[in-house]
Design a binder for this molecule. Structure first.
Ligand code: FAD
Ligand code: NAD
Length: 471
């Protein structure tokens, strides 16, 4: 890029938020450049997040199923062996295929891809330290900050990505550890606990709160999920806080304190995963050079149109407010370009689905029972167990429930919560219904194909105002 040449739009960060905004801007005819320092596009999600974790989850599930759940299905296998390096290779292939795909889409849509680290010089100028050496300068009429997030460190336990790992190290362990202690029973903790437990590690999850899955998961669903994961061999210590760690010995020692009157205890693990959340990433971005502030949690402050206090500098994705989810980042990437092009855009923050890709999956959208209780909103609940769903039973994969929550008076859908097979795909229906202001009766009166898992959602919806047929 010519130093000093002015773009319509300069995007800092080629993660989901940034790359989607870049492609959309290219499609809209903007002269656009996207700066990414990682050496590949797609950000956390494609490189060290959503995609590699799902590859490991899928293949470790297959392995575990072949080992423990094939004989009764009439499939007899001989020697089943884990080839961890091949499992990792398959993961790397899925990542590379997708990140290269985005490079192709950049070319196709006329997006200039600048490989390097961007930092603000002034309100319209970004200096880029190029990965290949040297630097360049980009000028933008508009600039989007999409620099994402990083793992929150645990004070006193330095992450070496070998023995003390963040999710990044947990996606690339060179051997299956005998024992793994996971600090934090949120989504990352539980997905990684599932992977390594299936591959043979003894896994203990230590969670500060009284439930797994984070506070956003419906408590009844969380309890059901925990029971199922416990049966799979994962140990849980809830209401328990890790206070300190010692990495000097053969095993890593963690001092933990039970919050509710229990005794302090020492846990030991060959590997410890720190999964206590993520924090916005703005290091080296030079926000101070343009007088931009972050809030007490490190988030870049924006208004409802993603504008910082310099209106031509906008910000989307994990580095600002809202749930740290790829599909939220993606939709903000689209919306921010719509604001630039047309002056209006749209993301419905009340209707963002969340999925935990364990087996069975947990998925939800809208409000939980605990949310509604705390707001004194009168609601009704319809539940349906997968053990009464014909397809789930036929597949011999019938653990879990669907729970539909609707307004007590109007029957308007307020939330859908699922733990069960295929929950992550099924939640799309609940999301669409919620987005369009459906009632639970609307879902129940919609014909669902038989035999499908989605009939469980229909029957749970029926159960909010009437009775389910099969339960
Ligand atoms: P990021 O993806 O973090 O991208 C920001 C990019 O900006 C990075 O590539 C970074 O290198 C670059 N950058 C930063 N500063 C600069 C700079 N100064 N100059 C140039 N480049 C810079 N979400 C889901 O919805 N589903 C999932 O299944 C899921 N699984 C996950 C699993 C794991 C293990 C993790 C860690 C996260 C997961 N997430 C998942 C969350 C998801 O990855 C994030 O919400 C998403 O990546 C956010 O996108 P983003 O573009 O805002 O930020
Ligand atoms: P999280 O905030 O979801 O969970 C962290 C958990 O750690 C919380 O339950 C918290 O109570 C607990 N915790 C905090 N400090 C603790 C301590 N000292 N001892 C014990 N427990 C402690 O964060 P995460 O799981 O690290 O994930 C980070 C982000 O990435 C989240 O926003 C998540 O949504 C996103 N993500 C999404 C997916 C997905 O959508 N499938 C997958 C992975 C990550």
């Amino acid at each position: 890029s010519e130093a000093g040449e002015e773009k319509d739009l300069v995007i800092i960060g080629g993660g989901v938020a940034g790359y989607v905004a870049a492609i959309k801007a290219g499609q809209e005819g903007f002269k656009v450049a996207c700066i990414e320092k990682r050496g590949s596009l797609g950000g956390t999600c494609l490189n060290v997040g959503c995609i590699p974790s799902k590859s490991l989850l899928n293949n470790s599930h297959l392995y575990h199923q072949i080992l423990h759940d094939s004989k009764s299905r009439g499939i007899e296998v001989g020697d089943v062996k884990l080839n961890l390096s091949q499992l990792m290779k398959a993961k790397e292939q899925s990542v590379t295929g997708l990140t290269k795909g985005i490079e192709f889409l950049f070319k196709k849509n006329g997006v200039e891809y600048v490989k390097g680290t961007g930092s603000f010089v002034d309100e319209h100028t970004v200096k880029v330290d190029l990965n290949e050496g040297g630097e360049t300068t980009l000028k933008g009429k508009n600039i989007i900050i999409a620099t994402g997030s990083e793992a929150t460190p645990f004070p006193g336990l330095e992450i070496d990505e070998k023995r003390v790992v963040s999710s990044t190290g947990a996606l690339s362990l060179e051997k299956v550890p005998e024992s793994l202690v996971v600090i934090g029973g949120g989504i990352i903790g539980l997905e990684m606990a599932s992977v390594w437990s299936r591959l043979g590690a003894k896994v203990t999850v230590v969670e500060f709160l009284g439930q797994i899955g984070g506070p956003g998961m419906d408590t009844e669903i969380s309890k059901t999920a925990q029971k199922i994961l416990k049966k799979q061999g994962i140990d849980f210590k809830l209401n328990t806080k890790v206070v300190s760690g010692d990495t000097t010995g053969d095993k890593i020692k963690l001092e933990v304190d039970a919050a509710k009157g229990g005794k302090p205890e020492t846990l030991e693990g060959d590997v410890v995963l720190v999964a206590i959340g993520r924090r916005p990433y703005t290091e080296g971005l030079g926000l101070e050079n343009i007088g931009l502030d972050v809030d007490e949690r490190g988030r870049v402050v924006i208004d409802s149109e993603y504008r910082t206090k310099h209106p031509h500098i906008r910000c989307v994705g994990d580095v600002t407010f809202g749930p740290m989810l790829a599909h939220k980042a993606e939709d903000e990437g689209l919306a921010v370009v719509e604001y630039l092009k047309k002056g209006y855009g749209h993301v419905n923050y009340g209707c963002i689905p969340a999925v935990m890709y364990t087996h069975p999956e947990v998925a939800w959208v809208g409000q939980t029972e605990q949310d509604l209780k705390s707001q004194n909103i009168a609601y009704k609940v319809g539940s349906f167990p997968f053990s009464a769903n014909s397809r789930a039973k036929t597949n011999a994969d019938a653990e879990g429930i669907v729970k539909v929550i609707a307004d007590a008076e109007t029957d308007r859908l307020l939330g859908v919560h699922i733990v069960g097979p295929g929950a992550g795909e099924m939640i799309a229906e609940g999301t669409l219904a919620l987005e369009y202001g459906a009632s639970s009766e609307d879902i129940a009166r919609t014909t669902h194909a038989h035999p499908t898992l989605s009939e469980a959602l229909k029957e749970a919806a029926m159960a909010t105002y009437n009775r389910a047929i099969h339960f």
